[in-house]
Design a protein around this ligand. Structure first.
Ligand code: NAD
Length: 297
């Protein structure tokens, strides 16, 4: 039978692309969100994930009316993909951003583990690398940014994502479930490639994103690969595309635009400063949406 996946935050910017990527590949998806999602075949349950009771309930329900036909109650859920969040600072008061993101992630992971769901994927963020929402012009410790970096955000949102990674690790240790945290780069939807000429013309403007990005459809591929790859326990994966958002090779570019930041290994060609080597090597990620396809020279 096709895998049954509960997806949280499917109505948002990233979810709107990742959910259809998954349903196109045969997954049955049930969306938990506060906002609606107009996608035929995907039912959205309005649920506030900051409320643990609602989360336990939502993870043990029928996905839609079709579920009633067997007469045997809701079948097991194979995986949970947790994307719902307050997605940056300055949308809600800082304490609310921290509270909603940490509490809802705790609730989703706890309920999934206690209900016997063995695969959980959560949205972490590039902001854990500490520069994105920093006060002032902060430097990265070193390049490339890889998953063993000493994450050190100073903002409430980035901090909530660091805490969420720790929550994931604690539950993976406790239960033996696979819990993968995706440090998602700046999400780019197809229509947003029109922003790239301005990015290229003003390199300092993209320092906070480490001159890296993730195409929303390629993010779908990464989630699919995580759903397929079992047995890795707790993992952190950078979720970004292959190359730097610049026309210059990475080593030369960083020498010019981040001159004080040490480089810890040779940088190959145009590789992204926020490295995706781990998803390529461990999950077999092959990007389909290089920004150069969509941005005229
Ligand atoms: N957009 C980016 O560039 C980016 C970068 C790195 C990480 N992320 C992370 O990826 C995930 C998706 O981001 P996005 O850009 O699609 O965000 P979004 O705000 O567009 O979507 C998030 C969704 O979560 C829902 N939600 C929020 N609080 C909820 C709650 N308490 N209960 C139920 N649903 C709730 C919202 O209604 C929304 O539909 C988030 O976890 C975000 O932190 C995003």
């Amino acid at each position: 039978m096709n895998k049954r996946v509960v997806f949280t935050g499917g109505s948002g910017k990233a979810g709107r692309h990742v959910v259809p990527y998954l349903t196109d590949r045969g997954y049955q998806v049930f969306n938990l969100d506060l906002a609606p999602l107009e996608q035929p075949g995907v039912n959205t349950l309005t649920a506030d994930l900051a409320d643990s009771g609602q989360v336990f309930n939502a993870l043990s329900m029928h996905f839609d009316f079709g579920g009633l036909e067997s007469g045997k109650g809701p079948p097991a859920v194979d995986a949970v993909v947790h994307f719902a969040a307050v997605p940056r600072i300055l949308l809600r008061p800082d304490n609310t951003t921290f509270q909603v993101n940490t509490q809802s992630t705790y609730n989703v992971i706890e309920a999934a583990v206690k209900l016997g769901i063995r695969k959980i994927i959560i949205a972490s963020s590039e902001t854990t690398y500490g520069v994105c929402f920093a006060e002032g012009d902060k430097d990265y410790h070193s390049f490339p940014l890889e998953e063993d970096y000493d994450t050190d955000p100073m903002d409430s949102y980035g901090l909530s994502k660091v805490v969420n990674e720790k929550t994931a690790r604690a539950f993976a240790m406790r239960s033996g479930a696979d819990i993968y945290a995706l440090r998602i780069g700046n999400v780019i939807e197809p229509h947003e490639y029109e922003l790239f000429p301005a990015f290229l013309a003003d390199p300092p403007s993209r320092k906070r994103n480490a001159w890296s990005y993730i195409d929303a459809r390629d993010l779908g591929q990464i989630v699919d690969l995580c759903l397929q790859k079992d047995g890795l326990g707790f993992q952190v994966f950078n979720a970004v595309n292959d190359t730097i958002t610049a026309r210059e090779p990475t080593a030369e570019f960083l020498h010019r635009w981040a001159p004080g930041t040490p480089v810890t290994r040779p940088l190959e060609g145009f590789e992204a400063p926020l490295s995706n080597r781990k998803i390529r090597e461990v999950l077999g990620f092959k990007e389909e949406h290089d920004w150069r396809k969509y941005v005229p020279e």
